[in-house]
Design a protein around this ligand. Structure first.
Ligand SMILES: Cc1ncc(COP(=O)(O)O)c(C=O)c1O
Length: 436
């Protein structure tokens, strides 16, 4: 089936796992049929290698393209930086300008370090926190990347049980000595958090979590965590790699009214160009000088320039309000169409990062059929929608019209017990599930 699939077959022989990111594996969407590769992407439009054009109503660069693909303002700033030299023996001044801006937007923070990807930025934050407290134990909630500190949570006493805490993430190759150095807790489960604090009290040096993601924090959840971490001199890290810049300008924690000791940004901060920032209180961040955290490409110019241009545009156009508005329309649209067609679904997520799931015995089959039918109608679509500034009302209207048609089709197929019959390829993989 087409150049894309042929290339993906070749890739799987040359690149272990086929892609560099689990969330970009075609099998997660639609095995054998997902377009897999793009020739061109602009706004929310994507062209595949076979000349097909789609509207992306799925993950928009897996959360990176908050303004849309190939945004002209960010790209023009980047092109200027390229022409002026994106690498040099000297440092680029833009990293100081960006540090100043990030601290101004987050008045509790005084210092900033940079990386280029989310996972490595989280590893830096955890290193700084451990260096500050001298304690190894990390309590965490949610997904924070691929590094050893995080994946070690999936090492069990019995090797056969490895992987049971974070389903789908295999910790093979992570030193077993790291077992019990990172322990997960569930979002909005304050009792669970407090009982871990009670159990490990003096051993905990770091708490890592997203301030918000699939659900809003229940009253007192973030406040209790802040109170306990302050009391026990634990460094609280908010991972804002995906939650940041979508509900407001800066970290979502600003809107939620709870400040961490360190916050980490990535993805959306630079609209598709590699960039990540670790911001924090100076008493914590200063410790970065007492450990070794250093890398050549953390000094290049494109990342900070892209971040400055992205933040400028997010502010000028009040992009977060747009994302909330568009995301709300999509979530309401899913609900209304499901109700109308008597399809049982659950909708979750903050408005800019919406998600739905089919409440049936075998939801993956239905998810696969949904993606297949949407693709046939010109949409890259799955059970999530990440809003971007490039999504306009007309995209939403057209998408919801097609969703309604597809939901009706699926509801009929369920009734007639014909869902499997309509599938043109294998069922999608479930992939990694976040611990929530
Ligand atoms: C909350 C959160 N933390 C960390 C990461 C890892 O970032 P990256 O894929 O850039 O390494 C992600 C990516 O999905 C994320 O959503």
């Amino acid at each position: 089936m087409g150049l894309s699939q042929d290339l993906y077959k070749k890739a799987k022989k040359l690149i272990p796992g086929g892609t560099q990111l689990l969330s970009k594996r075609p099998e997660i969407f639609l095995p054998d049929l997902w377009p897999a590769y793009y020739e061109k992407a602009k706004g929310c439009r994507v062209w595949d290698l076979d000349g097909n054009k789609y509207t992306d109503m799925s993950y928009m660069g897996i959360g990176a393209s908050i303004l849309g693909y190939a945004d002209k303002d960010v790209d023009s700033a980047v092109k200027t930086a390229v022409d002026k030299g994106s690498m040099c023996t000297l440092n680029c001044p833009e990293e100081v300008e960006l540090a100043e801006l990030l601290c101004k937007l987050h008045p509790w923070a005084e210092m900033v370090r940079y990386a280029r990807t989310g996972g490595e930025a989280m590893a830096i934050a955890v290193r700084i926190a451990r260096a500050k407290t001298g304690k190894d134990l990390v309590l965490f909630c949610g997904y924070h990347g691929w590094h050893d500190w995080y994946l070690s949570a999936n090492l069990a006493d019995d090797k056969a049980l490895d992987g049971h805490l974070l389903p789908g993430l295999k910790p093979k190759g992570v030193p077993r000595v790291l077992k019990n150095s990172a322990i997960p807790f569930s979002y909005n489960n304050i009792k669970g958090f407090l009982s871990l604090v009670d159990k490990y009290k003096n051993k905990i040096g770091t708490v890592v979590m997203e301030p918000v993601r699939n659900y809003y924090p229940e009253k007192g959840f973030l406040e209790t965590i802040r109170e306990m971490t302050e009391k026990l001199k634990i460094v609280l890290i908010f991972d804002e790699i995906t939650s940041g810049w979508r509900l407001n300008l800066g970290g979502a924690h600003l809107k939620l009214g709870v400040n961490p000791d360190i916050a980490v940004f990535g993805k959306g901060i630079s609209n598709g160009y590699p960039m990540a920032a670790i911001i924090g209180k100076s008493e914590v961040m200063e410790v970065a000088q007492e450990t070794f955290i250093s890398s050549t490409y953390w000094t290049e110019r494109i990342g900070p320039v892209a971040a400055l241009a992205t933040i400028r545009k997010l502010k000028e156009r009040d992009v977060p309000s747009h994302l909330i508005n568009i995301g709300k329309k999509i979530q309401n649209g899913w609900r209304e169409s499901a109700e109308k067609n008597r399809l049982k679904i659950s909708v979750s997520g903050i408005y800019p990062l919406g998600h739905f799931s089919f409440n049936y015995e075998d939801p993956l089959i239905l998810k696969t059929l949904f993606t297949q039918l949407m693709l046939e109608r010109g949409f890259l679509a799955t059970d999530s929608f990440y809003a971007s500034y490039a999504h306009r009302e007309k995209n939403v209207e057209k998408y919801l019209e097609v969703v309604d048609e597809v939901f009706e089709f699926i509801a009929r197929a369920i009734k007639e017990n014909k869902v499997k019959k309509y599938l043109k390829g294998p069922i999608c993989h479930s992939g990694f599930r976040r611990l929530v």
